[in-house]
Design a protein around this ligand. Structure first.
Ligand SMILES: *[C@@H]1O[C@H](CO)[C@@H](O)[C@H](O)[C@H]1NC(C)=O
Ligand SMILES: *[C@@H]1O[C@H](CO)[C@@H](O)[C@H](O)[C@H]1NC(C)=O
Ligand SMILES: *[C@@H]1O[C@H](CO)[C@@H](O)[C@H](O)[C@H]1NC(C)=O
Ligand SMILES: *[C@@H]1O[C@H](CO)[C@@H](O)[C@H](O)[C@H]1NC(C)=O
Length: 417
């Protein structure tokens, strides 16, 4: 009985706090609004970046639930692709896309172009220094029986640097030729022949491809690369070219998760974060526990330390049929007859047939030697600790200033592309 009354007393305390918080909030609003009439609590690119990380983790968990192979995709690129689709759509279809992308909370009724503008600003911020090259392309190929709205064509060019083209899907050979040529041209021939067979019933095909090869701030010396074992699991071992570097790195440990974290900085304000589950730990247990909050907490907790890093060279080339995956995240209407794509074309009955995403990455020793003078300040008595990436690991490539997740991947077997 006494316990109960104690509890209720505490409850009233909490209630008081809540009320005070509410009052405080109201006062702030009153002060803010008249003083800065133009300054609204409008979402920023930081909000967009955070929502994107959240979306990335949801998508990752879906993809990883289908198989136990290597994974590599570009969350930013996928969100951008679906943001172009949200501009093509209206009504329920648009609502569903924004919700699936985790962007519905950023919507502002009085500013319909806010979300595309945020995407444009974010991409501008990431490539601001001009030296980061993300070879990417987004294109919508629409069956020629649909007439494309001029406003839409202009909008997606302006905000997303994307293209919309009409093709004759009834002639699969010529249309796949046109599409493959477009991709080759957009990616400097690094990605070729993405389309092999096209369904003549296709109405709308969305393609998004991205190629990344960053330059390390502290390159690995190729002379130190040697073949070493990589333990796929308890029974399978492969030999991989293992790079080596002894230097100061930013690192941390996630003790509850049972994993270590290492940051490998690229130039251009980008970094790769490696998440290495502890020896003997099943990586699939880690799979379910990766969240946006966790990712940001690793970034915050990084500390500089002398390390001996052993890291496999690898190349990944992964394609995903997003029309098969996105319905699991609640985006399905746009693929059905009920799709509302009236902003793309006023002709009735248009729906999205396929959405293809392809991402390619090469991780090797490369980089320039210019920025390598980091060995100063090593404390003589701090013996370097080994960080040996010789078992399945996760990696995240992100823009440091905005914490935008450009790529996310999982390497189970580095010898498989
Ligand atoms: C699409 O959505 C808009 C806005 O809700 C609505 O006015 C329009 O009738 C819808 N069109 C179709 C074909 O569903
Ligand atoms: C993005 O770029 C703008 C303009 O260069 C800069 O002011 C801003 O700090 C950058 N970062 C964010 C998170 O807005
Ligand atoms: C690698 O070894 C070769 C031959 O010994 C040497 O000429 C070269 O400078 C070395 N490269 C680096 C980056 O140390
Ligand atoms: C990019 O530009 C910003 C602002 O001009 C600068 O602070 C930053 O160091 C640059 N990053 C790189 C990697 O050059």
């Amino acid at each position: 009985m006494s316990n109960y009354s104690f509890g209720s007393q505490e409850e009233t305390m909490v209630m008081k706090k809540v009320k005070m918080g509410f009052l405080f909030f109201l006062i702030c609003m009153c002060l803010l609004v008249p003083v800065h009439p133009t300054q609204r609590l409008s979402p920023t690119i930081t909000d967009l970046a955070f929502k994107n990380v959240d979306f990335a983790m949801n998508l990752y968990r879906k993809i990883s639930s289908y198989h136990d192979k290597n994974i590599f995709f570009s969350p930013l690129s996928i969100s951008t692709t679906f943001a172009t689709l949200s501009m093509a759509s209206d009504g329920e279809t648009q609502k569903e896309i924004l919700k699936g992308l985790n962007l519905h909370q950023l919507e502002q009724v009085e500013e319909p172009e806010l979300i595309p503008r945020l995407f444009q600003q974010l991409c501008g911020n990431i490539t601001r220094n001009g030296s980061l090259r993300l070879d990417q392309g987004t294109a919508l190929f629409v069956s020629q029986q649909f007439e494309i709205e001029k406003i839409f064509d202009e909008q997606i060019k302006r905000f997303f640097n994307a293209d919309v083209r009409t093709v004759d899907f009834m002639d699969p050979k010529s249309s796949s030729g046109i599409i493959n040529e477009y991709i080759e041209q957009k990616t400097g021939s690094k990605v070729a022949e993405i389309i092999t067979n096209l369904d003549s019933q296709t109405q709308l095909l969305l393609i998004n491809i991205i190629f990344f090869q960053g330059e390390w701030q502290m390159p690995f010396n190729p002379n130190h690369t040697e073949n070493r074992p990589f333990h796929i699991d308890n029974y399978n071992i492969v030999q991989v070219p293992m790079m080596f570097k002894d230097d100061e790195f930013y690192t941390t440990e996630d003790v509850p998760l049972g994993a270590k974290v290492l940051k490998l900085p690229y130039k251009q304000g980008i970094a790769m974060l490696i998440l290495l589950p502890n020896k003997g730990m099943d990586y699939s247990l880690v799979d379910d526990k990766i969240t946006a909050k966790r990712f940001l907490s690793w970034v915050k907790q990084l500390r500089e330390m002398q390390l001996e890093v052993h890291m496999p060279k690898f190349k990944l080339e992964q394609s995903y049929l997003l029309h098969d995956i996105l319905p699991d995240l609640g985006v399905s209407g746009v693929f059905h007859d009920s799709a509302n794509l009236t902003k793309l074309s006023r002709n009735r009955g248009l729906k999205v047939s396929e959405v293809l995403h392809k991402a390619v990455i090469e991780v090797d020793e490369k980089g320039t030697t210019a920025a390598a003078a980091t060995t100063a300040g090593i404390i003589a008595y701090s013996l370097p600790r080994p960080f040996i990436i010789n078992r399945p690991f996760f990696f995240f490539i992100y823009h440091e200033e905005t914490n935008t997740l450009l790529f996310m991947g999982r390497v189970i077997d580095p010898t498989k592309i």
